[in-house]
Design a protein around this ligand. Structure first.
Ligand code: NZQ
Ligand code: ZN
Length: 386
């Protein structure tokens, strides 16, 4: 096992109707800014529940955070925070609202005005030493942002992953019943995103990290078991509860501690979202199968372990078992209504050259667990994914 530090300070409050406990979580007398997206929380009554629970507080609202949140939107929220002297932020929404809130929290305490510098540090810590405290009410299980130190923010030059130890929420309320109103497409996106977060921390090379491997396999098996119920029976509390907890545990540092990781699928996927506007989870579903095929020599041992433990594939040659496991993964995504080919999105093949250019301009030229996944290989991955 590799060496690691593990510290996750986010307080999780899990269960039905626990939004009512907000007053015991938000600091007394705080001036609160509720941040939210395009309006689903208004339409489905979550905002009313939050406002009721915060009835003793001075509360302001900042809505309109878009999917794949923009830096310019975050800056508008910072202006409001300064004008209203806000001292606590409550993000109510999915990954986009939570990610934007993280950026807002550090930008509100940032002295300069070069906000773009906050998002362009690769995965080195953002150059800040303080953040406004914030909590979250999660409405879409997918990103793990409710319990991790990452944020993904776009501007007109691209989509950037940002890291800061200040990005852990003080608390996150996880009420599975708040997900009942999600459109099927978003549920499918969330399941695929969660599954691939696990794959990217698992599908590298063995380091005898038995707990991390089995926890990762447990999350993947759970998602396969509950996937269809999550889609077909939106109000099945138990499957939504399992989904929500899997999504959080998939990317809160636990299964990634002490193991090599390969985030190539995400890095290529972010460029596909940036260029073509495809939803985050859906970009991953087109890249991953092709990437696994291109890299099966590097990942052979873990692919065989995945085939045996997740898909119970024990017959045939090594190559046959690996191919069968990749085919099962594709079939799982299809069962959720998620496509696994770029051509399903009506994108001209020649436009894929722009993805290579974008990766180059963002410095993403040496991807994977060993830094040897070059742009030539990305070209082959995209070609086969078409
Ligand atoms: O904006 P509203 O009106 O709220 O609607 C949203 C949005 O249109 C809707 N929605 C959310 N909860 C709902 C609901 N509709 C009905 N009922 C509910 N309960 O769903 C739509 C998508 O929301 P969004 O937050 O964009 O989705 P998701 O949670 O998948 O977040 C995607 C973003 O997270 C980033 C992605 O790159 C993308 O920008 N990621 C963040 C990560 C992190 N912070 O660690 C890691 C991930 O890999 C990912 O990159
Ligand atoms: Zn993701």
């Amino acid at each position: 096992m590799l060496d690691f530090n593990f510290c996750n300070p986010t307080h999780i409050v899990f269960g039905k109707d626990r939004v009512g406990e907000l007053a015991s979580l938000v600091p007394e007398n705080a001036k609160v800014l509720i941040t939210y997206g395009g309006g689903s929380i208004k339409k489905y009554g979550t905002l009313d529940k939050v406002r009721d629970a915060l009835s003793g507080y001075e509360v302001h609202e900042f809505g309109g955070i878009e999917p794949n949140p923009q830096l310019a939107t975050c800056v508008k929220a910072v202006e409001m925070i300064k004008a209203k002297e806000i001292d606590f932020i409550l993000a109510v929404g999915g990954g986009s609202v939570i990610d934007a809130t993280k950026l807002i929290a550090i930008a509100a305490k940032y002295d300069g005005d070069d906000y773009a510098s906050l998002i362009k540090n690769g995965f080195n810590p953002a150059p800040v030493s303080e953040a406004l405290p914030f909590g979250t009410v999660l409405t879409l299980p997918a990103t793990g942002s409710e319990m991790n130190a990452f944020s993904v923010i776009s501007d007109d030059t691209g989509k950037y992953g940002v890291y800061s130890p200040l990005f852990y929420p003080k608390f996150s309320i996880l009420d599975p019943s708040l997900t009942y109103t999600l459109p099927k497409t978003q549920v499918a996106n969330g399941i695929v995103d969660t599954f691939i977060h696990v794959v990217e921390q698992y599908m590298t090379f063995p380091v005898d990290a038995r707990f991390q491997d089995r926890a990762a396999e447990g999350i993947m098996q759970t998602l396969v078991e509950i996937g269809e119920t999550c889609i077909e029976k939106p109000e099945d509390y138990d499957s939504r509860a399992n989904f929500m907890w899997c999504a959080t545990m998939a990317l809160n540092g636990l299964i990634g501690s002490g193991v090599p990781q390969d985030w190539s699928t995400h890095m290529i996927g972010h460029e596909l979202t940036d260029k073509f506007g495809i939803d985050h989870g859906r970009t991953l579903a087109v890249v991953l199968p092709s990437l696994l095929r291109q890299r099966k020599d590097k990942k052979e041992e873990k692919l065989l372990q995945y085939a045996e433990r997740v898909w119970k594939l024990t017959e045939g040659s090594k190559d046959e078992r690996i191919e069968a496991a990749i085919a099962k993964t594709e079939a799982f995504f299809h069962s959720l209504g998620v496509a696994t080919k770029i051509s399903d999105y009506a994108i001209p093949r020649e436009d894929l050259r722009d993805i290579i250019k974008q990766l180059e301009s963002h410095g993403m030229t040496a991807l994977s667990e060993s830094g040897d996944l070059t742009l030539d290989i990305v070209e082959k991955i995209l070609d086969e994914a078409y």
